[in-house]
Design a protein around this ligand. Structure first.
Ligand SMILES: Nc1ncnc2c1ncn2[C@@H]1O[C@H](COP(=O)(O)OP(=O)(O)OP(=O)(O)O)[C@@H](O)[C@H]1O
Length: 375
C-alpha cells in the first residue's frame, strides 16, 4: 500500500515538474520536412515571424507565425480521445498518435470515431481475455479499441432494436480488411448461443469496409454481386457456434480475394473493390445469417496497371495449374504469352499461386450459396 502511494507520489511530482518546465516557455510545433513536426519554444517574435529554439539540439530557426502550431501541456500526452486536446491542430494530433503508437496503443478515439494505426505486426490485442474485458463495458471503462466500437453497436442494436453500421475507411494498406475481421471476431464471440431458425425479426449491425462512403452502399444490388452465408438453422452448442461466422467468412475469403484482390505497391493483397458485410441476428441475440455485397471492382486493372503491380490474383493462380479447366478455356500458354499479364509484375514474394488456386477450388462449393459462381 505504501509502495503504491509512493509510486503515485513520484508520478504526481514528475507531472508537476514537467508542467512547471512547460509553463516557463512558449512551446510550439515547428513543421519539419523529415520528422513532420518538431518541438521548440519561441525566443523572439515580431508580427510575421518568430525565432524558435529547437528543443532537440538548441538550433535556432526563423519560422513564419502561420506555420507554427500551439503545443498542448504535458498532461495531455497520450490522451485516449484526441477531441480532449486543448489545441486541436494537426501537429498535436500527430504527436499524440505517435506517442501512443510508440507504447503499443494503436487505437485512439477522435470524438465518435476510432483511429487505428497499422502496426504491421501481430499484437496481443485480440485474445479471448481482451474480448471479455470489453464485454458489457462503457467506452470510458477501457482503452480505445475496435472491440469497444463493436460493443457499442451491439448494445445499441439490443437497446434500440435498430440496425447498426460500422464504417471502416482508410487508404490502401491502412488495415481496413484486418479491422473488419476483428469486428466479426468480436460479434461472433459475443453472440448468444441459442439459434432460433427462420426468425422473421432480425437486426443487422452492418459493416462497410471500403474506401467509399456509406451512401455507396445504396447501389442497386444484383444476384451476382452478393454472397449469402446462411445460418445452419439448427440449435448449436456454444462450442459449435464458436467462430462459425468467422469460419464461414474466412471460407468466403479465398474466392473474394482471388477475383477481387491484387498486389499493389502499397499492399501485396490489396482489395480492389468495396465490401458491405451484413450480419443478421435473431431477437435472442444469436447469429441468423450473413451476407456480403461487393461493388466498384477496379475492372480497369485487367487491362492496365503500373509495371510494379499485378493483375487480379486469379489469373496467375489459374495459369500456375495444368488440367482440364485450362484446356477447356484454351489456355495453353504461360504468363509470358499473355499481354495482359506479361507487362507487369508476375510474382509476389512469399506467395505461392498454385497453393492459392488449390485453396480457391476447395473454398468454392462450401461458401457459395446455390452454386452462384460454380463453373
Ligand atoms: N490490426 C492489425 N494487426 C496486425 N497487422 C495488421 C493490422 N492491420 C493491418 N495489418 C497488416 O497490414 C496489411 C494490410 O492491411 P489490410 O489488407 O487490412 O489493408 P486494407 O486497408 O484492407 O488495404 P486495401 O485497401 O489495399 O485492401 C495486412 O496484411 C496486415 O499484415
Amino acid at each position: 500500500m505504501n509502495g503504491l502511494r509512493n509510486t503515485h507520489g513520484t508520478e504526481a511530482a514528475r507531472a508537476a515538474a514537467l508542467q512547471a518546465e512547460f509553463n516557463e516557455k512558449k512551446w510550439v510545433w515547428v513543421p519539419d520536412e523529415k520528422e513532420g513536426y518538431l518541438a521548440g519554444w519561441v525566443h523572439q517574435e515580431d508580427q510575421e515571424t518568430a525565432q524558435i529554439i529547437m528543443s532537440a539540439g538548441g538550433e535556432i530557426r526563423q519560422v513564419p507565425l502561420y506555420a507554427l502550431s500551439k503545443m498542448n501541456p504535458p498532461k495531455f500526452d497520450r490522451v485516449d480521445d484526441i477531441a480532449d486536446l486543448t489545441f486541436l491542430n494537426e501537429a498535436s494530433v500527430v504527436h499524440n498518435l505517435r506517442l501512443r503508437y510508440g507504447s503499443g496503443a494503436i487505437y485512439t478515439y477522435s470524438g465518435l470515431f476510432l483511429v487505428a494505426i497499422n502496426p504491421y505486426q501481430n499484437l496481443p490485442l485480440y485474445t479471448d481475455a481482451i474480448i471479455q474485458q470489453y464485454r458489457n463495458k462503457r467506452r470510458d471503462e477501457n482503452p480505445p479499441h475496435i472491440f469497444a466500437v463493436t460493443e457499442r453497436a451491439w448494445i445499441n442494436m439490443q437497446d434500440e432494436r435498430e440496425n447498426q453500421s460500422i464504417l471502416i475507411t482508410g487508404e490502401s494498406g491502412a488495415g481496413k480488411t484486418e479491422s473488419t475481421k476483428k469486428v466479426i471476431q468480436y460479434l461472433s464471440a459475443i453472440a448468444t448461443d441459442v439459434h432460433i431458425p427462420n426468425s422473421s425479426h432480425t437486426h443487422s449491425p452492418s459493416m462497410s469496409s471500403s474506401y467509399v462512403a456509406i451512401p455507396s452502399i445504396g447501389l442497386p444490388r444484383s444476384r451476382n454481386r452478393s454472397m449469402s452465408i446462411i445460418g445452419s438453422g439448427s440449435i448449436m452448442t456454444a462450442k459449435e457456434r464458436l467462430g462459425l461466422l468467422e469460419r464461414q467468412i474466412i471460407q468466403a475469403n479465398p474466392v473474394l480475394e482471388a477475383f477481387g484482390n491484387a498486389q499493389t505497391q502499397r499492399n501485396n493483397n490489396s482489395s480492389r473493390f468495396g465490401k458491405f458485410i451484413r450480419i443478421s441476428f435473431a431477437p435472442d441475440g444469436s447469429i441468423s445469417g450473413a451476407n456480403i455485397d461487393w461493388y466498384l471492382l477496379e475492372k480497369s486493372r485487367v487491362v492496365v496497371r503500373s509495371p510494379a503491380e499485378r493483375n487480379f490474383h486469379v489469373f496467375y493462380q489459374l495459369l500456375s495449374t495444368s488440367g482440364p479447366l485450362k484446356d477447356s478455356l484454351l489456355l495453353d500458354g504461360n504468363i509470358e504469352n499473355y499481354e495482359f499479364l506479361n507487362r507487369s509484375r508476375r510474382e509476389i514474394d512469399g506467395v505461392n499461386d498454385r497453393d492459392d488456386w488449390d485453396t480457391l477450388i476447395v473454398s468454392l462449393p462450401s461458401c457459395l450459396h446455390e452454386r452462384e459462381l460454380a463453373y
